[in-house]
Ligand binder design. Structure first.
Ligand SMILES: Cc1ncc(COP(=O)(O)O)c(C=O)c1O
Length: 303
């Protein structure tokens, strides 16, 4: 299967708590606190040409997310990696987005996580074209503030994406490609499912992860910046820093590197600009690099 339709997705085999199951049995209980309270964490990882991208970075972030919400993942990294390989293989996928989901598990209704004896762990692998398309995107600044680090720690990639969903509703209503989200102080946080970068001259800026996810793609771009002739800086950005940028782009596992065409009706001078193009090429060159990727055939894919 190479396309992504809902009928196609519903035919995929899923890894559920250690076993590959056919779609009819890939079900989560209605009493799972992941559904009832958004109580859980997840990761999104790419497989490209049969190679899993920065798996140890993604699993480390998953474990950090889980620790931050006091959730124990009942599988070690080797089991999760084998599960990812088995899921891709069961569906004949060498290009896929992989979702590893760990919910609080099944428990009596009531917020207390102690009601759930064991986490539910799921792995899905499915075809997924770039989240925001490949053309430069227009952004609006959303009035929905990004989750505060005083509520949900920004390092937690949790099952609760309602702030992003609400910002996306605004972007849709405005006819924009995506929304730029600010933190509670009006500083730039990130887009609904991607980090944001601005280029001024030869300086590349992205906000700290106080109110945004520590994106794996973001980290890779910061590593690659010097090679593209840019000085990377992690520092607070105001919306005005984006309005006045020479170039701006978004980064994410789902989105890839996407140039920003305009923000709140203010066009950027170039989209994609020369540095965005250079960084995109450098990023793509890492996709086949053994320093960044592991072949799924080298992982123990026995279900
Ligand atoms: C809210 C949010 N910010 C940023 C990102 C980018 O992170 P990564 O590069 O690890 O995919 C994502 C996930 O893709 C996300 O959901």
């Amino acid at each position: 299967m190479t396309d992504m339709t809902i009928d196609g997705i519903l035919r995929l085999a899923i890894w559920c708590d250690g076993e590959i199951v056919d779609p009819a049995h890939a079900v989560v209980s209605v009493w799972d606190h992941g559904l009832l309270y958004g109580d859980g964490v997840f990761e999104g990882i790419r497989i490209r040409d049969g190679r899993l991208y920065r798996p140890h970075h993604h699993l480390a972030r998953l474990r950090g997310s889980a620790r931050a919400i006091a959730l124990e993942i009942p599988f070690d990294d080797a089991a999760l990696l084998a599960g990812i390989a088995a899921t891709a293989r069961a569906n004949g996928l060498r290009e896929a987005h992989v979702r590893v989901v760990v919910t609080r598990g099944v428990g009596l209704p009531g917020i207390d996580p102690r009601r759930c004896a064991r986490a539910t762990t799921l792995i899905m692998a499915y075809p997924f074209p770039p989240l925001l398309g490949s053309a430069p995107v227009t952004l609006i600044t959303s009035s929905v503030a990004r989750k505060s680090p005083r509520s949900v720690p920004s390092r937690v990639k949790s099952l609760s994406y309602l702030d992003s969903v609400l910002a996306k509703v605004q972007a849709n209503a405005a006819g924009a490609g995506d929304a730029l989200m600010l933190d509670g102080n009006g500083l730039v946080a990130e887009a609904t499912g991607a980090n944001v970068f601005a280029v001024h001259g030869t300086v590349l800026r992205t906000p700290p992860t106080t109110s945004s996810l520590a994106g794996i793609t973001r980290g890779t771009i910061l590593e690659l910046a010097a090679g593209a002739g840019l000085e990377p800086r992690v520092e607070p950005l105001e919306p005005g820093d984006l309005y006045t940028a020479d170039e701006a782009f978004l980064t994410g596992t789902g989105a890839g590197i996407v140039a920003v065409a305009a923000i709140d009706g203010r066009p950027l001078p170039t989209a994609p600009g020369r540095y965005t193009t250079a960084l995109d090429a450098a990023y793509r060159a890492t996709w086949a690099d053994p320093a960044y990727t592991v072949a799924i055939d080298d992982l123990d894919g026995a279900a």
